[in-house]
Design a protein around this ligand. Structure first.
Ligand code: C2E
Ligand code: CA
Ligand code: CA
Length: 814
């Protein structure tokens, strides 16, 4: 709605009316009245002349005396005609009679000022007629020739009658009358026009003005629109229509405003100058401005300065070229709030055309929280929450990306892996110090190495670094520094804390074909570092490809083992044990063998540790025990009635008491006396967890089963342990036996062990006896039993049968 003033309809009606009225009055004043006055004056003049003629004849007829003023007759005449002044004069100029007593003795020349020079001259010269003259435009003067009655003989009786009358009143009267008449008509006209005007005002102007006011009300948007009570039907219905239109519009506008205001999104409309013309309630919360504060402002106020300039440019470009950047699409932009803070909003802009006007409405939604949540989620998904380093997932992704970028292995890079071994111990001891310890470790690594390209916490206790600089790994100097990295304690909340860490360097990443292989190497290195962490003199391990090969082999074994067990490709062989005193076969040690389907053998030295790690070793041992006890029971082993079957038991077996039950059940099932079964347990297994293992061993012995300590001397067990070991047999490790002939120290040790064992009531078995010489020395030392290639290799039952038979024969021949 326009806010231009409503055109005044009054002017349309009143102005012509006034012009008309002025025209009428002008006409009357300039044309009609003068003409009427002229007409009245000439009528009066004619009458005046006629009266003068009558009076002149009357005077003549009456024979007025030449000296006597017959005032009666004059007075009667004046009374009858109303003529103002009458002068009757003799031919010699003497006054005979007059209505003006003061001029009774006056002469014609005295009258000149009154009657005018012309009249006075005509009267004096007796050239009178019926002509009437005017003096000063309004005083009529006339002179007529009369005959007086001569009073003496000296006069001829000729005289002159002069009449003078002020016709002002007639003229004025005529004028006034004319004007009155005219005014009477004008009055009527005025009344008529007044009525017209009143009617117009009542029925046209007032309703139209009311209509105008209502339009103003509508335009201003405040106040009430009421139906009109007066007015022409058309105007009333127009007004009614307007009123109902307005109320409908108001209602609509109210609804729309309500809808806009209930919208969660901010809605702002701007014109083509960028001026805000409308804003909804949601803007208040969104940008901190009230809608009414926004309206009329430049929309740039809602933008950070950089964006404001762009906006003006974009808007003008769009208006000029029609090339839209954002219109109709929507995008995320930064908005500036009233308090100066910035928020991220999703802005969708649509264009509207209202008549010639182009407007743009923007819908604004605050997505700051969403974005922050996304950032946070992204951070949670990709970063370690404690250190802020990459986590395993992003480490993998990033490494992969680096490989993809470089099109293969990474040149000039190496990996450094760190395992914080005692992290658990530290948290157990000092409480929640995990974050501080790891941060300290990370800081130390970065300080020592520099060139850290990427760092990740790939596991709770494990950190991984990509170091840029030297593809062949750390320089010798760096290596020294690295080894000493955690020699000094780190500071944890004021405490000096010793960190135990294993470090692995993986050099030559450029040799890895792809990121999968590199990732595999990282895993292998971690695994290897953990496995060997206590065996190493220095904390830093340098990874090489053999580690990977070993691990892969190990993994393959763990994969194949269950199948091999089920398909019987895992079976025992037997190595005879020879009594050094009598030379007879004391018994056999059961040694497991695995031959792959393709015929290649797998050493138990390799697959037993794998089976232990993978948890299959009990199955292996159970199978071996069952097969060998069966063989013993059915005589396949060809041992005598007291021949002993020695079976290896993994340390894993010894963790549980069911092992004892299983052994007992097996023996009972096959009717084998417990004393014929010997269980070999390695020294490290026993010393590693002495009390638990010792219990099991005691349980076995209480069954009547014999217990042998295998590989004695290979570990670090103190000889003093011996007295606590619940064992019947001590098997001295072949490391000591092999060099017995040449190594005097070994000889001393073996002698001591034999003596000690015997003191504790144990039988002594020497392993790895490969020569007759060693066998002889052992015999001299008083060793009870020997086992080794010198006597026999591990063998199948057929070979064993022959061996035992041969042995018996040899003994019989002695
Ligand atoms: P071990 O118990 O010390 O077994 C003796 C090992 O020494 C066997 O190797 C055997 O072949 C080897 N040996 C025997 N005489 C000589 C010799 O004169 N010189 C040399 N150099 N070696 C000799 P094997 O069969 O490879 O077994 C290796 C290890 O595997 C065993 O060491 C044992 O600890 C484990 N093992 C074998 N069978 C089993 C089993 O059934 N269960 C469990 N848990 N472990 C087993
Ligand atoms: Ca053994
Ligand atoms: Ca052994």
């Amino acid at each position: 709605l326009s806010d231009r003033p409503v055109p005044s309809l009054a002017s349309l009606f009143l102005r012509p009316a006034l012009v008309l009225l002025a025209g009428v009055i002008g006409y009357l004043a300039l044309v009609a009245v003068p003409r009427q006055v002229d007409w009245t004056v000439s009528e009066s003049t004619r009458e005046f002349g006629r009266l003068g003629n009558i009076l002149a004849q009357e005077i003549t007829r009456l024979g007025v005396a030449g000296t006597l003023v017959q005032s009666d007759a004059i007075d009667r005449f004046v009374a009858r005609t109303g003529i103002g002044e009458i002068y009757v004069l003799r031919a010699d100029g003497r006054m005979v009679a007059t209505t003006a007593s003061a001029l009774r003795d006056a002469s014609i020349s005295d009258l000149a000022p009154l009657i005018g020079e012309g009249a006075a001259l005509r009267a004096a010269t007796n050239r009178c007629g019926s002509d009437v003259e005017f003096v000063a435009g309004r005083i009529a003067v006339g002179c007529w020739a009369i005959v007086l009655r001569p009073i003496d003989g000296t006069t001829d009786g000729r005289g002159v009658l002069i009449m003078r009358d002020d016709l002002s009143w007639i003229i004025e009267g005529a004028r006034a009358q004319r004007i009155n008449e005219a005014l009477g008509g004008v009055g009527l006209l005025l009344i008529f026009m007044g009525i017209l005007i009143v009617l117009a005002i009542r029925h046209v102007l007032a309703p139209v003005a009311g209509l105008g006011r209502q339009m103003e009300v509508v335009a201003a948007g405040v106040g009430e629109v009421r139906p009109l009570t007066t007015g022409a039907r058309e105007i009333r219905s127009l007004a009614d229509g307007l009123a109902s239109m307005v109320s409908t519009l108001r209602e609509r506008e109210g609804q729309l405003t309500a809808i806009l205001d209930t919208a969660i999104d901010g809605i702002i409309a701007i014109d083509s100058n960028g001026t805000i013309v409308q804003a909804n309630e949601a803007c208040r919360a969104l940008v901190g401005w009230a809608p009414e504060d926004l309206v009329g402002q430049d929309v740039a106020m809602l933008m950070p300065p950089s964006a404001a300039g762009m906006h003006a440019h974009n808007l003008s470009t769009y208006l000029r070229t029609g090339k839209a950047g954002i219109i109709g699409k929507g995008r995320e932009v930064i908005a500036r709030r009233r308090d100066g803070s910035d928020i991220i909003i999703w802005l969708a802009i649509a264009e509207m055309r209202i008549g010639q006007q182009r407007m743009f409405t923007g819908t604004l939604r605050d997505v700051t929280a969403d974005r922050l949540r996304e950032f946070e989620l992204h951070r949670i998904a990709h970063r370690d929450p404690i250190l802020g380093l990459f986590n395993q997932r992003s480490w993998t992704i990033e490494i992969q990306a680096l490989f993809d970028q470089s099109g293969g292995g990474l040149p000039d890079c190496f990996f450094l892996l760190v395992i914080v071994r005692n992290l658990d111990d530290l948290t157990v001891t000092f409480g929640d110090v995990e974050a501080t310890v790891l941060a300290g470790v990370n800081a130390r690594i970065e300080a020592v190495l520099g060139g850290v390209e990427m760092a990740a916490r790939v596991d709770r206790t494990r950190l991984a670094y990509l170091i840029q600089g030297n593809g062949d790994g750390p320089t010798p100097e760096q290596q020294v520094t690295l080894n000493a990295t955690f020699d000094a304690p780190i500071d944890v909340n004021g405490l000096s804390v010793a960190v135990e860490a294993s470090l692995v360097v993986i050099p030559r990443i450029k040799d890895f074909a792809d990121s999968t292989i590199a990732a595999g190497a990282v895993q292998a290195a971690f695994s290897w570092a953990t496995e060997t962490e206590f065996d190493r003199a220095l904390p830093v391990l340098v990874y090489d490809e053999k580690v990977g090969t070993t691990i892969r082999e190990r993994t393959r074994i763990a994969q194949e083992l269950p199948g091999a067990l089920n398909s019987g490709r895992i079976h025992p062989v037997y190595q005879p044990q020879i009594s050094l005193r009598g030379g007879g076969v004391r018994g056999v040690e059961t040694l497991v063998r695995w031959q792959r389907a393709d015929g290649t053998p797998v050493s138990p030295a390799i697959f037993i540790p794998v089976a232990e790690r993978a948890g299959f070793v009990r199955d292996v041992d159970r199978a071996v025990l069952e097969t060998s006890v069966t063989a013993l029971a059915d005589g396949t082993l060809h041992l005598g009635a007291d021949g002993i079957l020695s079976v290896n038991a993994s340390v894993k077996e010894l963790g549980t008491r069911c092992f004892i039950d299983e052994v007992q059940a097996t023996l009972e099932r096959h009717g084998i006396a417990p004393a014929r079964l010997e269980i070999e347990v390695t020294e490290t297994a026993v010393t590693g967890s002495l009390s638990a293992v010792a219990d099991i061993l005691r349980g076995l012995r209480s069954l009547g089963v014999r217990v042998a300590i295998d590989d004695f001397g290979a570990g670090y067990a103190s000889i003093s342990y011996l007295k606590d070991l619940p064992a019947d047999v001590l098997k001295i490790d072949r490391l000591f036996i092999a060099d017995l002939a040449s190594d005097t120290r070994a000889r001393a040790i073996v002698e001591t062990v034999i003596a000690l064992g015997h003191d504790l009531g144990m039988e002594i078995i020497a392993e790895g006896v490969e020569t007759a010489e060693v066998a002889r020395i052992l015999t001299e030392m008083g060793c009870d039993i020997a086992q080794g290639y010198f006597f026999a290799r591990p063998m199948g039952t057929d070979a064993l049968r022959k061996f035992v038979a041969g042995r018996l024969e040899a003994l019989a021949n002695v």
